[in-house]
Design a protein around this ligand. Structure first.
Ligand SMILES: C[S@@+](CC[C@H](N)C(=O)[O-])C[C@H]1O[C@@H](n2cnc3c(N)ncnc32)[C@H](O)[C@@H]1O
Length: 221
């Protein structure tokens, strides 16, 4: 039996994904009033990401169920003990990654989120999953909270915060990524700067678009 497939994590994920499906941002008048072009501009802006995510603070915006499962599988397959996550939200991806740490025998997951109310919800969800002891929450802009005090060796990095910052966040942790470390970047199609860097053979990565949503990358050995 695995942590991801048994109580309390399995039923918790079922109910959190169902809640997320029922409350989509497009059902919010505040969000629906923003034109599609403006949404794309905000997503790709290095200046206005705070404003965008403040408007989205009541929404879980989780990775897909499939991406969550992929995260769990990659973390288990690589024997990850040290994970960094950019973009906690309500903690659905965090639950998958922390479940993998539990099944790997323990470890440390550093996760970053600047919306205070989201940090509180994520903490409650990780507690409900019995996984709080594996997770360190860093509240504030990840550009600051992930700028220091990182483990010497990082096995897996999830990029799922402001799309315009993926390359900046990668650069913060890059020298700690162990050879063979895995990077999962969600919605990387909105991150041309990140893709250009990661796909450049000189940067030290091997990368591919894994699904429409996910860019999957490994740090070369
Ligand atoms: C797509 S959601 C993350 C979903 C989460 N990974 C999951 O699967 O449950 C993105 C989150 O990143 C947070 N975020 C965006 N930019 C950030 C930044 N620069 N620092 C900290 N948090 C940020 C947003 O507030 C939002 O909650």
């Amino acid at each position: 039996m695995t942590t991801i497939s048994t109580a309390p994590v399995a039923p918790l994920l079922l109910s959190l994904f169902a809640e997320a499906d029922a409350a989509s941002p497009t059902s919010s008048p505040a969000f629906a009033s923003i034109s599609v072009d403006e949404r794309v501009r905000l997503m790709r802006s290095k200046a206005d990401y705070r404003d965008l995510y403040a408007r989205l603070k009541d929404f879980a915006l989780p990775v897909s169920r499939e991406t969550g499962r992929l995260l769990y599988m990659l973390a288990v397959a690589t024997g990850a003990r040290s994970i960094v996550e950019f973009g906690t939200s309500f903690g659905l991806s965090t639950l998958h990654l922390a479940a993998a740490l539990r099944d790997n025998g323990g470890g440390r997951l550093i996760t970053s989120e600047f919306e205070e109310s989201k940090v509180a919800r994520a903490k409650a969800n990780l507690a409900a999953g019995g996984l709080s002891d594996l997770v360190e929450f860093r509240e504030g802009d990840a550009l600051l909270t992930l700028a220091g005090d990182l483990p010497d060796r990082i096995d897996l990095l999830l990029l799922d915060g402001a799309k315009s910052l993926y390359l900046d966040i990668l650069k913060l942790v890059e020298d700690r990524l162990r050879p063979g470390a895995v990077i999962v970047a969600d919605n990387a199609d909105h991150c041309p700067e990140y893709l250009e860097y990661i796909e450049d053979g000189e940067s030290g990565y091997t990368s591919m678009s894994f699904t429409d949503d996910v860019e999957l990358t490994i740090r070369n050995r």
